[in-house]
Design a protein around this ligand. Structure first.
Ligand SMILES: NC(=O)c1ccc[n+]([C@@H]2O[C@H](COP(=O)([O-])OP(=O)(O)OC[C@H]3O[C@@H](n4cnc5c(N)ncnc54)[C@H](O)[C@@H]3O)[C@@H](O)[C@H]2O)c1
Length: 661
């Protein structure tokens, strides 16, 4: 069968041969045993409902085995034989170009070069799922291959509920992931309902088909590292940045450190991941011996080198060793997956990677104790460094939240609403006031032809648009504009593409609209093929997350999720090709609501109309909320938007004189 025929077939009507468990692939850790015997039966019944009864006896045995061995039913046997990757859009079968674009994006999220645990359909963050099992994948691709522009596919946490009649301006796909009744949104609820096969953790861009490899975060990380050095009034050259994690997102840190020009030391416990990042040239060197690493860092400091050094081991060892040896760290952070602390997101110090994986599955209570003990040691070592002048920030991975829950010394002596912790989150100090409040966020695009030349042309178009805009940009956003122009000029030589031909750029509403409009014209003129627009959920308006994206909201509303919900509803009727809304993502289930969109630009007038309507809303929704929270940058930005668009009328806050109290 051709690739197209296999897609159109969906779930095959003959059982494929069982597939061996391939050990060279990076697999998800065994999930903890959470279901009772009765619930296991329910999980099996749930899995079998995808298949005709004649196959049930054979599959039951196999699925039961998977559930016992891995804690989940992935249906490995149904993993397709063709290569999964973003292909030229013309290769996808179907009646709708929009649906084909979505297939391309789904396949990119499952590409071996992109996905963290491809066989378990996990894209990043340890549990960021595109689907929960292979039957869902097969069925979804089949629906997409047969749908028209008068239908909408509804996705319930990885499960394709079906195609429903709609209209050409409606989204082709509406995705929800992990949306729970709020009271059932604790980490163990995820374990249980995911094991039952009725819910999943979509992370941000995994379950919404908008992941573009670590590039997606390199740009944001570069901006963060640059601005962290600006905050301590130090040039990155010769400066030392210490952090951890070489995974899906965290793997961007050494690359960003190199672009910023500092010395990066990054710990990673997983040997496979460390090797992959080194081979991909995202990190320059691997060290396994702490003394040798010390010598190497000192040499790099003396020579003011720009270099990234991976330490294959636990991050706590680094913080403690550098303290003993009195090595000064300029900026420090952490990007282990603490949104997922009990299932492989954070590894305890003093035991091997394998020992931890075993303990996690066989003795989860002891594992939890070890994690919390490590967090206390971790925070204590960081405190010793910050006492000597290190600038430490939480990198949106729930480090401070989990450390505080573990009883670590991370709470502020004078907590106020929004400043509970000793250390700021990167959004409170950097990303929020400098980017999000002005509307700058991680806008991205993917060239659906798969051609590097198209990406080069779109880079040139975007750069020309920004260079024109900066001439009249107000003083308040000059730095952001300059950083973006520098980024886009260096993007090609920094070799950022892993998977689809994609680019990310921090742009504000005006920049996003102008760039998109210019792309649509270039497509209409035949200069480039169709382009998918999107963004990270981690953006101005997409995410309500009190300890991350909305951590610089100080009016008490950071524990609400109205903004993210409004955003996805608003995007859906203003022309998005697909929309998504997730519980969880980044900082953990129950801790965040986040949403995103995808939009196909095909050069048509319809696309032009949609992009203007949707992108304007997609950014200004969040700015209006940030402005109402009295964030001064956002007040400035929303007033500016109202001058440009007379139909925009936003309620502005009045500031109260503190002396009145
Ligand atoms: N700041 C942001 O913009 C942003 C964006 C995306 C994700 N995140 C968050 O950052 C975290 C990391 O994301 P990811 O996609 O890289 O996850 P990931 O799970 O792919 O990578 C985390 C890595 O940390 C390693 N690790 C765990 N404990 C360790 C320890 N004690 N010492 C050394 N290494 C250890 C793991 O082996 C893993 O490879 C997540 O919580 C994610 O939600 C932040």
């Amino acid at each position: 069968m051709t690739f197209q025929q296999q897609i159109q077939q969906g779930i095959p009507n003959q059982l494929p041969q069982p597939k061996p468990y391939e050990t060279h692939i990076n697999h998800a850790p065994k999930r903890k045993e959470i279901l009772s015997e009765e619930e296991k039966k329910l999980a099996l019944k749930n899995a079998l409902r995808y298949f005709e009864p004649k196959f049930h006896a054979e599959l039951l045995k196999e699925f039961k085995d998977e559930l016992e061995k891995y804690g989940r039913i992935y249906m490995y046997r149904f993993r397709p034989d063709y290569e999964i990757k973003a292909r030229d859009i013309a290769e996808y079968p179907g009646k709708s170009e929009q649906a084909k674009a979505i297939m391309l994006m789904i396949q990119n999220n499952l590409d071996y070069a992109v996905a963290q645990h491809p066989h378990e359909l996990i894209t990043y963050g340890g549990n960021g799922a595109v689907f929960s099992n292979w039957a869902q994948y097969l069925l979804t691709m089949k629906y997409l291959s047969e749908m028209t522009d008068e239908q909408t596919l509804t996705m319930y946490s990885g499960h394709p509920m079906g195609l429903f009649p709609s209209h050409k301006d409606a989204p082709r796909v509406v995705v929800t992931n992990g949306m729970m009744i709020p009271n059932y949104s604790k980490p163990d609820d995820w374990e249980k309902f995911n094991a039952l096969g009725v819910s999943q953790y979509g992370q941000m861009t995994a379950g919404s088909y908008m992941y573009i490899g670590p590039q997606g975060i390199v740009h944001g990380t570069t901006i963060t590292v640059l601005n962290a050095f600006r905050k301590i009034n130090k040039e990155p050259k010769g400066g030392l940045f210490v952090t951890s994690g070489l995974g899906g997102m965290s793997g961007a840190q050494p690359k960003a450190g190199n672009i910023a020009g500092c010395i990066t030391v990054i710990a990673e416990v997983n040997p496979k991941i460390t090797k992959i990042r080194h081979e991909q040239k995202w990190v320059n060197e691997i060290h396994e011996n702490l003394d040798e690493l010390m010598t190497r860092v000192r040499k790099a400091q003396e020579n003011q080198e720009t270099v990234s050094l991976a330490y294959l081991g636990n991050i706590v060892d680094i913080w403690e060793k550098f303290n003993e040896e009195n090595l000064r760290i300029d900026i420090g952070s952490d990007q282990t997956s603490l949104h997922n602390p009990w299932a492989g997101g954070y590894y305890p110090v003093g035991q091997t990677f394998e020992e931890s994986n075993m303990m996690m599955a066989e003795n989860p209570e002891l594992f939890k104790e070890k994690v919390q003990e490590t967090l206390r040691r971790h925070a204590s070592a960081i405190n010793k460094h910050t006492a000597k002048g290190t600038y430490f920030f939480d990198y949106g991975n729930a480090f401070l939240l989990e450390a505080s829950r573990a009883g670590a010394d991370v709470m502020s002596d004078h907590p106020t609403l929004g400043r509970e912790f000793k250390f700021p989150s990167y959004v409170q100090d950097i990303m929020g006031p400098m980017c999000f409040d002005y509307g700058f966020g991680p806008f991205r695009w993917v060239c659906t032809s798969g051609k590097p030349e198209d990406l080069q042309k779109t880079d040139d178009i975007a750069c020309a648009v920004l260079e024109e805009m900066i001439k009249t940009s107000p003083e308040e956003i000059q730095q952001q504009m300059k950083d973006n122009i520098t980024w886009i000029k260096g993007a090609q030589e920094n070799n950022l593409v892993v998977g689809s031909q994609a680019r990310i750029l921090y742009a504000d509403a005006e920049g996003r609209m102008k760039i998109a409009e210019a792309f649509n014209k270039a497509i209409a003129n035949g200069e480039i093929g169709a382009v998918v627009l999107g963004r990270d959920h981690h953006d101005v308006s997409g995410t309500d997350s009190p300890y991350r994206e909305t951590s610089n909201i100080y009016d008490g509303s950071r524990f609400t999720a109205d903004m993210a919900i409004h955003n996805v509803i608003g995007d859906s009727f203003r022309g998005a090709t697909w929309v998504s809304i997730h519980n969880g993502g980044g900082v953990g289930w129950g801790e965040v609501i986040n949403g995103g969109f995808g939009m196909l630009l095909d050069g048509s007038d319809d696309a032009d109309r949609r992009l203007k309507s949707m992108l304007f809303w997609d950014v200004n929704n969040g700015i209006s909320r940030r402005s109402w929270a009295r964030n001064e940058g956002a007040v400035f930005a929303i007033k500016r938007a109202m001058e440009v668009e007379p139909n925009l009328k936003v309620t502005l806050p009045n500031f109260v004189d503190e002396n009145l109290f």
